[in-house]
Ligand binder design. Structure first.
Ligand code: HEC
Ligand code: HEC
Length: 263
């Protein structure tokens, strides 16, 4: 081996090292660029395994409409800030994932297991804000006052869901579903998340205790099976008669005054 070939090898070694260094630096820069520009799912940086599992499920089942980071789009609203309760309600009642776009997202069999729903809820909650899934026991709502719940229900809910909570075939039938299949948690969640056309009932408007009384009333309605009979809880016809009386008398009074004025 002559000294010149040794020198030649050293030079090419150095060149190799240099180009390796250039590639390494370029790769590093690329990585930094990617980190800066890549869409940031906050969940992907989260260490919580539930959030990570939820993120995977979300990407498969929800991102086509709600966007890869819950930002929403043309097909569906943003989920940033809706909170775990909204996800638990929408997935637990089988409304989400939506199968087809229509006037109403109907209740159907849930497409995910309870654990999967909790995972997706954890992921969406990690996007920021929104009410958590309400935690209360059966004893909590069972000790509430049914009559009080009924009064609250008639003031706040009956105009849409009707006095019997059966929704359906009355004036608002197209929009307000029957409440007979909702679980206590789902009833509570509906109030704090306001799905679709339903308003949100904040804790100032209806306190947590009052919400539990409403839950109790709806559950009592459900267990009172009296088809065709004069159900005590189902005061619909009674109040309709009262309205009929009052309106009828009102019209009579106006007609009388009109006749009096003419004479
Ligand atoms: C085919 C499109 C589509 C898919 C898939 C879909 N959604 Fe939706 N989602 C919608 C639309 C449209 C609305 C708004 C109308 C409504 O509330 O019914 C909505 C509403 C919601 C809401 C209520 C938001 C609010 O402001 O309260 C939640 C929560 C939600 N979706 C969660 C999910 C989750 C979780 C998944 C996946 C398991 C999912 N969605 C899959 C279209 C979709
Ligand atoms: C302005 C009309 C309106 C009022 C008032 C209203 N709701 Fe609703 N509610 C709706 C609509 C519309 C839906 C269906 C939402 C959907 O399909 O996404 C609904 C859905 C629900 C559900 C889900 C039912 C199920 O099994 O899927 C529950 C539970 C519920 N409401 C309870 C209540 C309670 C309790 C109140 C009173 C505190 C109330 N609602 C007041 C319109 C209303």
């Amino acid at each position: 081996m002559t000294p010149s070939t040794v020198a030649g090898r050293l030079v090419s070694r150095r060149r190799q090292l240099a180009s390796a260094a250039v590639v390494a630096v370029a790769l590093g820069l690329l990585g930094m660029l990617y980190a800066a520009l890549a869409p940031k799912g906050q969940a992907s940086t989260s260490a919580d395994p539930a959030v990570q599992r939820g993120h995977t499920l979300y990407n498969q089942g929800c991102s086509s409409c709600h966007g890869f980071n819950g930002e929403g789009g043309k097909r569906a609203p943003s989920l940033v800030g809706v909170g775990a309760a909204a996800v638990d309600f929408q997935m637990g009642t089988g409304r989400m994932p939506l199968q087809q776009h229509g006037a109403e997202a109907p209740r159907k069999r849930p497409a995910f297991t309870n654990q999967q729903i909790l995972d997706v809820a954890a992921y969406v909650a990690s996007l920021g804000g929104g009410p958590p899934i309400p935690q209360f026991s059966t004893a909590d709502w069972q000790k509430a006052d049914t009559a009080y719940g009924g009064a609250l229900f008639r003031t706040n809910c009956a105009q849409c869901h009707n006095f019997a909570g059966s929704g359906g075939d009355l004036t608002y039938g197209k929009y307000a579903p029957s409440l007979s299949r909702a679980t206590p948690t789902q009833i509570y969640e509906a109030m704090i998340t306001g799905p679709e056309n339903m308003p949100v009932f904040g804790d100032r408007q209806i306190t947590p205790d009052q919400k539990l009384a409403i839950v109790k009333y709806i559950r009592v309605l459900k267990t009172q099976a009296d088809p065709g009979g004069a159900g005590l809880g189902r005061v619909g016809p009674v109040s309709e008669t009262v309205v009929g009386w009052l309106a009828g008398i009102g019209i009579l009074v106006i007609v009388t005054m009109w006749i009096g004025a003419r004479a």
